[in-house]
Design a protein around this ligand. Structure first.
Ligand SMILES: Nc1ncnc2c1ncn2[C@@H]1O[C@H](COP(=O)(O)OP(=O)(O)OP(=O)(O)O)[C@@H](O)[C@H]1O
Ligand SMILES: [Mg+2]
Length: 462
């Protein structure tokens, strides 16, 4: 999908408040990638990808912007903490696992789409299979399944008669059973079906070894050694349908096609979110940069520059993937990153601390706004919540103040404050069913006193 930067920003606005600069930057970065992909190969090579670094305090929307962007343009997305690669036990080449994970994400995405596309076919096939179980066409019919028929009297002679029926009336019975199945009356009946057994026994033990290439080979080898095994299992008709639909959809879709499409999608549209990039930058406070941190940057470099990574589905080029790095950059600065890496992230954007006004908007405006969520949640209990404007003001104000006096956790504060605020209602919801509860300023102040008492904010409250 090739949205213009303006359209991307407009879509991001539906979920993220403020941070206009960051939205613009990601939109431009994305469009630049597309522009570059349109060029002929010679020119393409000359132009380095325009990746982006977002810096800014915690909880102001860095991850959220990247995630929404990916969702919006339908791009495979992977988020990874750069610090993961400084941990003991990781060796340089494992950085390539980022790309393998992205490919897995891409495959899941394409596969789910294709499966959704064949849903109708799959559920028809699943119905036939359930009917096969309920009413085997062979002589050896399970007499129990006849009890599921509406006119079954439980009389044994009648059952035997049924089994011996001619193909024609057999078909009749099947159709009767089908109607009954569709009416939903058999959903909880238990039937016995065959399910696929897990295929690679024992391989899990080896997975701690860290060498992914080896893992891939072992899995492939085992895949051939162990024949596909099935096992009988008792499940409800409802579950059987789910299992069969899944299996049938798998059968219909062409996995080779899925893999081809997914690889292309990952190469052309993949977005890699490198979080905590500041933690692998030099400290910038006079100490020499940690070797292993610089090592991580050097390991990441080729992937960002464009390389080919082997995955179990085939080679994948990272040349056109979009990399979005993010970090708080409290201690270190972007300029503490090794120059080569800086060069690959020419677009820099700083996200601002959120204001009280931002908080007010975040509470109510986004399509998934916290207030909307809480109202919907309580509605399931039959409780109507009604927030007055001054209550929203007060929640925003208190959250902002708590952030100032305690740790500043950005918009995440709103979640903790809202949970606290509605704790009583949430706990006693069963008694409140059918009522409308007005949440006004007084309610907010009263219910947050506990939270406030722990800080030195009471002076602001009255
Ligand atoms: N500007 C914003 N508009 C709407 N919601 C926001 C905004 N900023 C943050 N949020 C919400 O706050 C939560 C945390 O945001 P996010 O994960 O983007 O933080 P972050 O900037 O990545 O922080 P960190 O540095 O800790 O990873 C999310 O639930 C997100 O929806
Ligand atoms: Mg984040």
């Amino acid at each position: 999908m090739n949205l213009t930067p303006r359209e991307i920003v407009r879509q991001l606005d539906r979920y993220i408040i403020g941070q206009d600069e960051a939205k613009r930057s990601v939109a431009i970065a994305l469009r630049n990638r597309y522009r570059r992909s349109q060029l002929d190969d010679k020119l393409k090579e000359e132009i380095t990808p325009k990746n982006i670094i977002m810096s800014g305090p915690t909880g102001v929307g860095k991850t959220e912007i990247a995630r929404r962007l990916a969702k919006l343009v339908h791009a495979p997305f992977i988020k990874v903490e750069a610090t993961r690669f400084t941990e003991v036990g990781y060796v340089g080449r494992d950085v390539e696992s980022i790309i393998r994970d992205l490919v897995e994400a891409s495959i899941r995405m394409v596969k789910n789409e294709k499966m959704a596309g064949v849903q109708g076919k799959a559920s028809r096939a699943a119905e036939e299979r359930i009917l096969d179980v309920l009413l085997p066409s062979q002589k050896k019919m399970d007499p129990n399944s006849l009890e599921l028929l509406p006119d079954s009297t439980g009389d044994d002679t009648e059952k035997t008669a049924l089994v011996k029926q001619e193909p024609d009336s057999m078909q009749n019975t099947r159709e009767k059973l089908r109607l009954r199945l569709r009416s939903g009356k058999l959903e909880d009946s238990v039937i016995e079906i065959e399910v696929d057994e897990n295929r690679y026994p024992g391989v899990g033990v080896l997975s701690g070894m860290g060498n992914e290439d080896m893992m891939i080979q072992i899995q492939d080898a085992f895949g051939n050694i162990f024949p596909k095994q099935t096992r009988k299992k008792k499940v409800t008709v409802r579950d059987a349908r789910r299992i069969f639909e899944q299996e049938e959809a798998q059968k219909i879709i062409d996995m080779d096609e899925v893999i081809d499409e997914a690889l292309t999608l990952a190469e052309q549209d993949g977005i890699v979110f490198l979080d905590e990039i500041d933690k692998v930058a030099g400290s910038g406070m006079g100490q020499s940069p940690d070797v292993s941190r610089e090592g991580v940057q050097r390991d990441i470099l080729p992937i960002v520059e464009g390389t080919t990574v082997m995955t179990k589905y085939g080679p994948v080029k990272t040349d056109y993937m979009l990399f979005i790095a993010a970090g708080a950059f409290h201690v270190s600065k972007v300029s503490d990153l090794i120059p080569e890496l800086q060069g690959r992230f020419p677009i820099r954007v700083e996200l601002k601390s959120l204001t009280e006004d931002n908080f007010r908007q975040i509470l109510t405006q986004p399509e998934n706004a916290i207030i909307k969520q809480q109202i919907a949640l309580m509605k399931t209990e039959g409780v109507d919540l009604d927030f007055t404007d001054d209550a929203i003001d007060e929640i925003a104000r208190m959250s902002y103040l708590i952030n100032q006096s305690e740790e500043n956790i950005g918009a995440r504060r709103l979640h903790t404050v809202m949970e606290k605020l509605l704790e009583e209602i949430s706990f006693h919801a069963e008694d409140l069913c059918g009522q409308t509860i007005t949440v006004d300023r007084a309610f907010v102040q009263q219910n947050l006193t506990d939270m406030i008492r722990k800080t030195d904010l009471h002076k602001y409250i009255l």
